[in-house]
Each structure stands twice: as structure tokens, then as C-alpha cells.
Design a protein. Sequence first.
Length: 393
Amino acid sequence: MPKKNRSSKSGALPVRVQLIIGALVFAAIAGVLFVRFLQSPRGNVFLLDLGFDDRYETVQRTLDTELKTALHDLGLHKNLQEKSSPITIGGRKAHRWDWSTKLARSQSVIRVNLALTEAVHRAGGAVRSSKEEPGGGLTLDVGSRKHTTHHIRILRAQVAAEEPRREEAGATGRPGKIALVIDDFGYRTDDLVEKFMEMDIPLTVSVIPTLRHSKDLVRQATEKGKQAILHLPMEAESFTSEVAPVLTSMSDAEIASLVERYLEETPGVTGVNNHLGSIATQDARVMKAVLGVLAPHELFFFDSLTSNKSIAYNTARRLGVPAARNDLFIDTETEDQRIVEARLNRLVDLAKTRGYAIGIGHPRPWTYDAIQAWREKARDSDIELVFLSQLAE
């Protein structure tokens, strides 16, 4: 029999199958984009307004960072007063931040309003109300569409208070000092970790205990001229640690035993800071138990300030344990190198004004690139980079 001629399209899929495959690919891409959106600052705000009350503090932290950056840029951070008011979100206890600061008579309230509004939008949030006050002040409520995270009052300063007394590092001729801490080492060793270890600046690396690479990274940090500290897992509200954390339900003896074991797992560390810990660092008994272990080892404690209600730093100072606390998370909720650089510049401003500043980052490519790009500006700004231990007191 003669063979039938095969069509050149005999191997093509039926149109219906092609349409189904196309729809599945589109759905998969849309699903990935939607998940990324939910993990973004704007996505957290969206979820909070949908009733996911556990996102309140995440939204609040993001707004906190952007608003304080704006206040620094405006020069309004020097007189900032912070208080908290207890509130209930759904059935969950939380707190709202109440801020107040003074606006010089020469400053434009419109410019301040625009800058703070832009900061809120960068964080994915919403300005719930904005009202100019008699005398040229400003009051804002910001957060999500349904919840207020910050109540901000900008008061117009009187003539006598227009130029507050400043005790700036620059005025004394001393350079401001900045310590950079890179958290969450221990999970891996790769080219990026090696790059951080090879940076020729006094970097402090914080290592989570008991992970596969923890001991080696403490040793490597010491050999590379870095400072290593223990990144102590502690109980948190919204996140869980893969390494057993210090819990508020533990006895003092259990806490001391766990901290001692983690110090044995990371020989050579010079201090300790909290990994997570938004619950544990609010508990005076827990912090006394932790700090009681550090004192005999002559280790300092660095409060990462994962909660605005943390008492860890003040407790350490009262007990005579050298301590320091975080000023800014430089790479929270962003993968944008430019944003990280802007936050590093904020540390420069703070160091010039107060004499020192401390920032926390993480081993991420955009954080490494931002530090590399920023360090020249820091040097030109007469800023001295130091180890964290040099700022613990």
C-alpha cells in the first residue's frame, strides 16, 4: 500500500491542550507573583486589613524604619519622644506608638507632611488622617486602612526652643563611630559568606549556635580579623526558631543551662545578641537569667531590639553587664541596594549627631554590595567603623 503523507504538523499538540498548558503556566506565574506580593510590605498591610492580626507588628516595624529615616532626613529625630499605648487588634494585645517632636519655625510643615507621607507609602502603609494644628504643627495617624500603628505629633517650636543645644561628635573634633553587625551566620558557607569574611572593615558577625557551620564560622571570623558573637535564639511573637530558643516558660536553671550549652557550641565569641526574642526580651526574669550567665564569661549583651518594648539593654546596664542596642535594621523588608545605602547614610547622620550608631544587616547580596558602595562615603564623612564591643558600655 502506498504510504500516507504525514503532515509537518502531525507532532503538534491539539489547540485545546495548548490552551490548557498556557492557562496553567499563567496561573503558576500569577501564583508566584501573588506569594511574593504577600511577603512584601504592601502584602503584609493587605493581610492585616483582611484580618490577619499577627501581621500588625510586622507592618509596624516596617513603618517604624521608614518613618524614622524620614525624621532623620528632616532633622526632626533629635527631640523625638516615644511612648506606647496598649490596644487590641482582633483578640490580640498590641501597642500603638505615640511620637512627638518639635519643628523649627523656619521649617515647612508641608514639606514634613509630604516626606512622612512618602515614607508611609514606601512601607506599603496608609495615612489614616493628617491634620495641621494651630500654630503650624501637624498630627498624623498612620498604619493600614483599618489600623493605626503610629500617632505622630509634630509641634511647632517656640522661639526660645528653636535651636536646641547640640552635643555633636563633630563639634568636639572626634569622628563618629559606627558598628555594623551581620546576623544569621551558621546556615551555610558559600561565596557570599566568604565575601563578608574578607571585607577589610571591622565587621561583627553573629552566629546561630548548633548549626552545621556554626563553630567553623566563629573560628573563621576570628582568623579573618572579624569579631564573632553568639546569636542567641529567644522566644518571639510571630516567628519560630529552628534552634531551641530561650523560652519564658523555662526556669532560671533551664535558661542558664541552655545559654551555657550554646556558648560551648560557639567557643571564641566575645558577646551575645538575641535572635528573634520579641517576647523573651520583654521579660525581666528571663533577661536576668541570661545575663547572669554572661557576666562570669565577661561577655557583653547586644539588644537587637526586635521589640520596641524590649528591656534587655536597660536590664544589662542595671546588672553591670556591658551592653549596646541596635539603632537600625539596614536591610529589613527590602532587596533594593539603594534603600540599604540610604539606611547606612542614616547611621552616618546619627553617628555625627550622637557620636556613635549601630546597624544590623544580614548575609544578603544587596547588603554586601550596599556596604561596599557606602564605605567610601563613610570614610569621607569622617566616620570610623569599629567592632561592636567598642560601643558596649
